[in-house]
Design a protein around this ligand. Sequence first.
Ligand SMILES: [Zn+2]
Length: 430
Amino acid sequence: MSQLPLRAQLASALGRTAATLSRATGRGDGSVIGGRVGLALEPDLLRQLAQDRKLALVSATNGKTTTTRLITSALQDLGDVATNAFGANMPAGHVSALSSAKDAPYGVLEVDEKYLPEVVDTTGAGVIVLMNLSRDQMDRAAEIWLLAQKWRRALAGRNVHVIANADDPLVTWGASTAARVTWVSAGQPWKEDSWCCPECGGPLDRKGLDYVPPGGHVSGVPGQSTQAENDWACRECSFRRPAPSWILDGEAAIDPQGRRWTLDIQLPGRANRANAVIALATAEAFGLPVERALPRLREVRSVAGRYTTVERDGRQARLLLAKNPAGWLEAFDVLDPALPVILSVNAQGPDGRDTSWLWDVDYRVLRGRPVYVTGERRLDLALRLDVADVPFQLMGSFGQALAAQPPGKVDVIANYTAFQQIRSEFGRAV
Ligand SMILES: [Zn+2]
C-alpha cells in the first residue's frame, strides 16, 4: 500500500492515541472520539485511509452489524481486514477502523443508511452491500423512500459492484442505478413499508402471498417464506423484481451455479441465514468461493453481545436485540417456542422517544407461552399486548423478571438501550 501523506499519518496516529486514552479512562471503545480527532486534524483523512484498499460498505435498516461481521470473517481468508466491529457506523468510526488496521489490504465497513452516499463518495469503495430498508423508530415510509433515492444518485455512473436484496422493492430501486448488481433473494418478512411501487407509486403485486396485514387473518409461520412469495411486480409500470443469482431457500443457500449449500451457521434464525447468503455473495465478489467462505461464517458465534447468554442464579437468558418493527419480526422467528420470553422496551435517545411503533408489530405469535414485560415503557407494551390478547406479567425490572423464572433457559427481546442495560448489569457472557 502506498504511504500516507505526513499530515494524514500524524492525524491518524493522534486519533489512535485519543482512542487509547478514551478506552483507558473507561469511556467506551474510543473508536468515535479517535476518528473525530483524526478528521479534525485532516478532513481528507477517510479518503486517504481508504485509498488502495479493497473495501466493502454494508448498509441496511437491520442486520448490518452482523453481516459486516460475517463478511469480515469470510474475507480474513484472503488477508487482514479492517472493520468497525463496534458498530460505530459513521465517518469518524470508519476513520478509526481503517486507521487501527493501517496495513490491512481489505476493509469491511458498516455504514449508517443516511451516510451511505457520502461514504461511497469519500472512500471510493468497490463493493456496496444493500440488504433491507424499513421504518425505524424515527423514519416513516416517505423518509426511507427519500433515502433510497439518495442511494440511486450516489450509485449512478460509478464503477461499483453492488450486492443487493432483490426481495426488498425499495432496496432494489435504490440499487438499480448501479452499473453492476448481484441480486440476492434474501427474503423480506416485513412488507409493511413496500406495498407501493417506489418508481411510480402504483400497487405492488406479490405472488403467492400468504401474509395478511395486521388486523387480518394470519396464516403460515411468520418469518418463513417461499420463493414464490418473494416475487413482486408493479401493477402499473415495468418495475419488478430482478432475477436473483443467489437464493436463500429455507436452511440453504443456492449459488449462481445452482449448487445448494446448507447454512449450518451458529447464529440463529432466518434473518441470520439471509445475512449469511448475502455474505457469501459478497465474498464471491472478492474472488472468494463458497467452499472457503462458508467455514469462516460458521466461526461467528455472537456479534456485539447479540445472541449471547447472561446467567444469574441458574437462569440462562439469551439476548436478542430488536430495534424496530422488522427487527421484532425477525426476533420472534428466533424464539424457542418451548421457552418463556422477557420483553424489555426503553425510550431513550438511541431508541427514539416515541414508542408508537410498538403498534406496528403483530404480537399474536407470543400467545401460548409465558410472557414477561419490563423496561421504561413496559406500560406501553403491556397495553399493546393486551389489545392483541397476549397474556403477560408486568415486572418492575429485568432482574425481577429473571428471578420470576424457574431455573433454566429464557429468551429475551430488548430494544437498544434496554439491551445495553441488561448486558452491563448482568454482564459477563457465558
Ligand atoms: Zn410502478
